[in-house]
Design a protein. Structure first.
Lengths: 314, 509
């Protein structure tokens, strides 16, 4: 017992070494605002390995989940802007802000780089009768408000079906299920009819337990040649979740530059690329400037989407 | 099937798989024994190492952590009266009492062997029935989950020694604590008093350590101050000798208890989002209900330890079922394991057992082998663990306090959680003084969010509240909840009649 106390104390001292020397001279913490084992966590765990090689310093992932990812967002916002706390985001940061779930927005941070892009696939339970997107839409038109959609309310999995709802002029019923794992559980049991899925669920589709109705990409995905795009079905919708790294506002310029450099090297790592392919995700690197521009545009798009869908609370 | 399993076990005995498995089990035991370090945290520490390994090596290490951690929690529970992991909560009820009665070795090894038997029995069952069990779990919609959690709470309320009313109140306290912070559906802040910190709600771990550890330490202090004569004398001559065969015999002489607790653990494991803490408390309650002498529970009897420990290890087996059958994580630990598979590009899902047979049976084999390895790790460590008992309380109490505080701080690296620890320490101590049971508080804490989320989900899906009593599984579970409360009333009355003449001292927990 005493030994353990000593070890814990030694660790604490190691972790709190003083700053000031050349960055990075102590481990860098990356806040993932969702649980370990989720989509975002699965993308960033293989990413931090080449990242720490490029940075020459340990990078630790801290999973701070809760309330649609907004607990981790607040924690990141309140962290010191010294480059030792970074924060992983995707489009939810805009959405939770405009739907009034959180008061943190992308502009509270400095962009570093984007890393990946995961296209959405409209996924139906095998317990439903729809074999195609058309059958679903026809059914939804005939019985408005009966098709249930599992979603993290106010986040991307809520917006993607909402875009279809609007384009096809139908009405869905939303049920709150935070995170893909919970939604998969419910959809396999037939407790919800539809959800926003992605290519990682291909195994369940092959087993006949789920159906991919349409993919929200410009062209069909090579892994899913039989799944039509929403565009070819007559709905002008492209939807993908872009994930990237941010740092708290006020982080020094040279540190951001160093991080971006490391990021641009890390995305080229073949093991990372292989892992992204296995997860149905594209590597999508944008540097500081480009990612900042992307976020700004994306923010406007999300704001107008929220407004059009009647979810805007600001 | 068992042929494939045999091959897998032989495969796993190769050094390249055995080494990660042994290391994982060892790390798991240590992480499990440290209060404030959960199995999930331990497995996340192991995760990065598994990227460079072959998938089965990584999963073997993680399975070892899971099994070792579920058993490791009992060490702290028995020796210090603080659950090392939440899943060892019910082990403190009789385990710590038995240690105070001067039999720490017996208590420790009862727990270790019960973990092993429960885990192995659960494992065999797991391998034989993965499919059908998981299919039942899928039938659970929000209505059924809501009813199940109510049932769990009602069972534990029945544990109360003093009065049913205090049990019910204690459960309500637990539920109320979970309403602090942002609501789990739309993040509407509740009871945050405008503070940033409370928007995230209270973290479970500091609350748990506060209520259990602090209350435990305070009662220790009272005893030191008061009658150091009798208490000191008892602590000075603890029986450290362990008759292994006798302990094993004690467990095997209670086959119904062992099987029943294992079954409870498995079932809770298969159902997502509940976990070992509920399994241990529910199995303890079940054991008390089927016992002919329920009044002896809490006085340091082997039944209490066996029920809690066999069920929390069987729970591990149950959680693995859902991964195997559906590629859905049953709890936070299996979510990390699933993440590791995804990173390696392994498609999880119903075809997993067919497409990745080698890996699937490898995980089964790792699970089965982790149990004997856990026994060896424990046997080597037990000598050191048991010395804790001989450490004078004046030295031990501050050390435990420091460990708990470090654990609470380390969770999110914030001092706020240390205040939470202090706050709930005082709260827990007050509850103990007022003779409120702690188990319902804890279960209320564990289940509060889930009860709320599933209630809201059910009503979002269909606003008709009658569905709770017209859907068969949900109706059955709610009916059982009522029956459970009535049963404990009846049992209490019968006990009162029988023990009318005998004077009895109520235990603290």
């Amino acid at each position: 017992m005493t030994k353990l106390v000593l070890a814990a104390a030694a660790l604490a001292i190691l972790a709190s070494g003083s700053a000031m020397a050349a960055y990075p001279e102590r481990p860098v913490k990356v806040i993932v605002p969702w649980a370990a084992g989720g989509d975002t966590d699965n993308i960033f765990r293989p990413f931090v390995l080449p990242l720490q090689k490029a940075l020459g310093q340990t990078v630790v992932i801290a999973n701070i989940g809760g309330a649609s990812g907004t607990v981790g967002a607040r924690e990141a916002k309140n962290s010191p802007p010294d480059g030792y706390t970074l924060y992983v985001v995707h489009d939810y940061i805009h959405l939770t802000y405009y739907t009034g779930v959180a008061d943190v927005n992308y502009s509270d941070f400095e962009p570093i780089c984007s890393v990946s892009s995961t296209p959405s696939v409209l996924t139906a339970s095998a317990k439903t009768k729809w074999k195609s997107l058309k059958e679903l839409i026809d059914d939804a038109k005939a019985n408005p408000g009966t098709v249930s959609v599992g979603a993290t309310l106010g986040s991307t999995s809520h917006f993607f079906p909402a875009l279809i709802e609007k384009a096809a002029n139908v009405k869905f019923k939303y049920v709150s299920y935070d995170g893909l794992a919970q939604r998969m559980n419910a959809i396999l049991g037939g407790h919800i009819d539809l959800t926003d899925g992605n290519l990682t669920q291909k195994g369940k589709v092959d087993a006949g337990q789920l159906r991919f109705l349409a993919i929200a990409t410009e062209k069909r995905a090579p892994e899913l040649p039989d799944v039509p795009t929403l565009k070819e079905s007559g709905y002008d919708i492209e939807y993908a979740v872009t994930r990237g790294l941010l740092a708290p506002k006020g982080t020094p310029d040279d540190i951001l530059g160093k991080l971006d450099m490391a990021c641009s090297e890390a995305v080229k790592d073949p093991a990372f690329a292989a892992s992204m392919k296995a997860q149905g995700t594209d590597v999508k690197y944008l540097g500081r400037k480009e990612y900042g521009e992307f976020l700004r545009k994306n923010d406007e798009i999300n704001k107008s989407m929220a407004k059009e869908l009647g979810l805007l609370k600001r | 099937m068992f042929e494939q399993l045999g091959t897998a076990i032989l495969d796993l005995l190769q050094l390249k798989f055995l080494v990660p498995l042994v290391i994982g089990t060892f790390v798991g035991v240590v992480g499990g024994a440290l209060p404030g370090v959960t199995i999930t945290m331990t497995i996340i520490v192991v995760l990065p190492f598994t990227f460079g390994l072959d998938p089965l090596q990584g999963l073997a290490a993680m399975t070892g952590v899971y099994v070792g951690g579920s058993a490791g929690g009992l060490v702290t529970a028995v020796l210090l009266g603080i659950p090392g992991t939440p899943s060892a909560i019910a082990t403190t009820f009789d385990g710590y009492t038995m240690r105070r009665n001067g039999e720490p070795g017996r208590a420790l090894w009862l727990g270790i062997w019960a973990s092993c038997f429960g885990g192995l029995l659960g494992g065999v069952f797991l391998i034989a029935t993965t499919g059908p069990l998981a299919a039942i779990a899928l039938e659970f919609g929000p209505w059924e989950f809501f009813a199940l959690f109510i049932f769990a709470l009602s069972m534990v309320v029945g544990l109360t020694e003093d009065s049913l009313l205090k049990g019910l109140l204690a459960g309500t306290f637990g539920l109320l604590v979970t309403t602090f912070g942002s609501d789990p559906i739309m993040s509407v802040p509740r009871f945050t008093f405008g503070t940033e910190f409370l928007r995230g709600g209270f973290d479970f771990l500091p609350v748990l350590i506060g209520i259990f550890a602090f209350a435990q330490i305070m009662t220790e202090l009272e005893k030191m101050h008061g009658g150091s004569g009798s208490g000191g004398a008892r602590a000075a001559t603890p029986n450290l000798k362990i008759a292994q065969l006798k302990v094993i015999g004690e467990i095997l002489a209670r086959p119904v208890l062992l099987l029943w607790s294992t079954a409870v653990g498995l079932l809770i494991g298969v159902l997502p989002a509940i976990g070992g803490s509920a399994a241990s408390v529910m199995a303890y309650d079940q054991a008390k209900k089927i016992s002919r002498r329920p009044e002896r529970f809490g006085t340091g009897i082997p039944e209490g330890i066996i029920a809690s420990e066999s069920s929390n290890n069987a729970n591990v087996g149950g959680s693995l079922v859902t991964i195997m059958a559906f590629g859905i994580p049953g709890d936070a630990v299996t979510a990390v394991m699933l993440g590791a598979m995804t990173i390696h590009g392994i498609q999880s899902g119903p075809l997993f057992m067919v497409q990745e047979a080698k890996l699937a049976y490898g995980i089964f084999a790792a699970y089965l082998l982790a149990h004997p390895i856990m026994i060896i790790v424990m046997a080597l460590g037990a000598r050191f663990f048991l010395r804790v008992v001989t450490v004078p309380k004046s030295a031990l109490v501050p050390i435990v306090l420091v460990l708990c505080t470090v654990g609470a701080y380390a969770l999110k690296n914030t001092i706020d959680n240390v205040w939470v620890l202090a706050l709930f320490g005082v709260f827990g101590y007050a509850l103990v003084k007022l003779k409120f049971p702690l188990a319902p508080v804890i279960l209320g804490l564990i289940l509060g969010d889930q009860i709320e989320v599933n209630l809201v989900r059910a009503l979002m899906n269909d606003p008709n509240p009658l569905l709770f009593v017209t859907r068969p599984i949900s109706a059955l579970l709610l009916g059982l909840s009522v029956a459970s409360v009535l049963f404990s009333l009846w049992q209490r009355r019968r006990q009162a009649a029988r023990l009318a003449a005998l004077p009895e001292t109520a235990p603290d927990f």
